[in-house]
Write a protein that binds this ligand. Structure first.
Ligand SMILES: Cc1cc2nc3c(=O)[nH]c(=O)nc-3n(C[C@H](O)[C@H](O)[C@H](O)COP(=O)(O)OP(=O)(O)OC[C@H]3O[C@@H](n4cnc5c(N)ncnc54)[C@H](O)[C@@H]3O)c2cc1C
Ligand code: SF4
Length: 329
């Protein structure tokens, strides 16, 4: 790991100014460090200064109820999200997503802010000897290479999948992120915060270099809404999603009146399948409907040479999630 200076700041303004400073030094924000330090050890990220966010007094932490729903401060750990009783009751899919992410030790350290901003696990990206497109190079080695874990949707120029389990759950909840930069604060729907990497912005979010994530705001859900997060892994614990689904459904007399479906592990950003959601609304909840919706949700998937298995996996997760959420037993 390259040497770096450890910096403590006392205000949000001072932190944003430091993060945005020009020149040779690259300043990065450190939360739990479970992703950033891994990247630094491999010299994929080489900051000269690290600002310790956990010591920054005004940076929000904790889970609070609001008139609209609930707010989660960026420094809230994944363990806190997994074990919070109100979240478990009101937004079970979020607590479930936290519970199946990483390991207990990591969840104790990792913050929700860091989880939403973690970088891809693509093995070419994580290999310090490969300068792939996302790291500023000219080509994506995964496109015609070892792409077993890569994208079915939204691929090109980058085919990595977004690694977070919390992001798809929050996108299904239509969460909004509160950001702070030198010019003040802005509220951005998570649906806009995540954006496919492009030539001029080789990252998965709209976060500016000098901005901090402060809070995640969750709107309320109508009574009777059910939700779940299901994740397929190549081993039982401590694995990123091969494919996941965050599903929210509201049922009235066996008719679906509201539905949201977000897939994880299939695109560089969490992938909402809006057309499938629309097709669900007004449909009768039964196995035939769910099989049809699962086909519909994956209809536009474009597999690479080694990842077609994800299509079958995703269809079966969608069917399973919808069956679980509408099961009257
Ligand atoms: C072995 C292993 C298995 C894992 N498995 C899973 C899994 O199954 N599912 C899953 O979802 N995740 C998984 N993870 C990822 C893990 O959840 C993330 O590493 C963690 O959530 C990152 O949070 P952190 O607080 O440690 O962030 P850090 O590593 O400190 O930061 C990550 C990034 O976020 C930025 N950042 C953090 N907070 C802010 C803020 N408030 N404002 C601006 N920028 C900020 C940092 O600058 C950095 O770029 C795994 C990680 C490991 C190492
Ligand atoms: S998928 Fe993205 S991160 Fe992986 S090699 Fe291609 S450009 Fe790099």
């Amino acid at each position: 790991m390259r040497p770096f200076d450890y910096v403590r700041t006392t205000t949000l303004d001072e932190t944003c100014q430091l993060l945005g400073q020009d020149g040779d030094s690259s300043v990065r924000a450190l939360a739990g460090g479970t992703d950033l330090l891994t990247l630094m050890k491999k010299e994929i990220s080489v900051p000269t200064q690290l600002i310790d966010l956990k010591r920054l007094p005004d940076l929000p932490s904790g889970i609070t109820s609001t008139a609209q729903g609930m707010t989660i401060g960026t420094l809230t750990t994944m363990t806190e999200i997994e074990t919070n009783v109100q979240l478990q009751e009101k937004y079970p899919l979020l607590a479930e997503a936290a519970a199946v992410a990483a390991t207990p030790q990591l969840r104790n350290m990792a913050t929700i802010g860091g989880n939403l901003l973690q970088r891809p696990r693509c093995w070419y990206y994580r290999n310090q000897l490969v300068n792939c497109w996302l790291k500023g190079g000219d080509e994506c080695q995964a496109q015609d290479g070892e792409n077993q874990l890569h994208a079915l949707f939204g691929g090109g120029p980058c085919y990595a999948v977004h690694p977070s389990d919390l992001a798809p759950a929050l996108l299904a909840l239509e969460a909004t992120v509160q950001l702070r930069g030198p010019g003040g604060e802005r509220m951005v729907p998570l649906a806009e915060f995540y954006a496919l990497p492009e030539e001029k912005r080789r990252q998965e979010t709209q976060l500016e270099k000098d901005e901090l994530l402060l809070n995640i705001h969750l709107p309320g859900l109508p009574a009777g809404t059910r939700s779940t997060y299901l994740k397929a892994m190549d081993r039982k614990v401590w694995a990123f999603a091969l494919v996941g689904v965050a599903a929210i459904v509201r049922l009235e007399e066996q008719k679906i009146v509201d539905a949201r479906l977000v897939l994880s592990g299939v695109a560089p950003i969490p992938w909402r399948v809006t057309a499938a959601e629309q097709a669900l609304v007004g449909a009768t909840a039964n196995e035939a409907t769910f099989a049809e919706i699962a086909e519909f949700a994956l209809a536009d998937a474009q597999s690479l040479s080694h990842n077609a298995y994800k299509i079958t996996l995703a269809k079966s997760l969608v069917r399973r999630a919808l069956t679980m959420l509408t099961d009257e037993g």
